[in-house]
Design a protein around this ligand. Structure first.
Ligand code: AMP
Length: 202
């Protein structure tokens, strides 16, 4: 049996922690695709596809799309050729039920996550960054009420998934305050300390 050598990563952090930005950088460094469920949903809404119509109101309210639909979208994306040699997931799984869905899917391929990067940022800092992004990008889910809803959902539903992954010994908590280069260097150092060298992706 050939076991695929790619690196399988997940980045987790509250909205405004910079996980999207860092996710793209780290994915590039490791030569794997960055897969953001938020980006997939936003692109679907922008394209006016059937998926977009299904999720538009949910995203605009800052609520979670159903686990079944989200997991189906991720399974489909992870089945694409470019994700066979590893991937970096951003924004999925987002609750314990989605962790089970992902486990089941990866087990079916004899795969598992190699590391989970937990980007830690104080709540005030997250809110400040989100408000700035709302002004810069005009995202419809970055209004004050929706931001509060999304952060509450993060604390209630998403933070608990870290306990599951911590029990597996695969979580690296990384300080998410600093320059983009500093934070990226911290993440790479944590992953290299696990033997997940960038050259190993080749
Ligand atoms: P994000 O850019 O990751 O903050 O995602 C934007 C929005 O997409 C979220 O507020 C949810 O409405 C939806 N979304 C993204 N990922 C998920 C997920 N794993 N489960 C459910 N909804 C999601």
């Amino acid at each position: 049996m050939t076991v695929s050598e790619g690196t399988r990563l997940l980045i987790v952090g509250p909205q405004g922690s910079g996980k999207g930005t860092q996710g793209v950088r780290i994915a590039q460094a490791f030569g794997v695709p960055a897969i953001s469920t938020g980006d997939v949903f936003r692109a679907a809404v922008a394209a006016g596809s059937e998926l977009g119509n299904q999720v538009k109101a949910i995203i605009e309210g800052g609520d979670l799309v159903s686990d079944e639909l989200t997991s189906a979208v991720v399974r489909d994306r992870l089945s694409q050729p470019d994700a066979q040699g590893g991937f970096l997931l951003d924004g999925y799984p987002r609750n314990i039920n989605q962790v089970s869905h992902l486990d089941e899917f990866l087990e079916g391929r004899d795969e598992s996550l190699d590391a989970v990067i937990e980007l830690t940022v104080p709540r005030d800092e997250s809110i400040a960054r989100l408000s700035l992004r709302a002004k810069e990008q005009g995202r419809t889910d970055d209004t004050e009420a929706v931001i509060a809803n999304r952060l509450a959902i993060y604390e209630r539903e998403t933070a608990p998934i870290l306990g599951v992954y911590r029990a597996r010994g695969i979580v690296d908590a990384v300080d998410g305050v600093g320059s983009l280069d500093e934070i990226a260097a911290r993440i790479v150092a944590a992953l290299e300390a696990r033997g997940l060298g960038r050259s190993a992706a080749a």
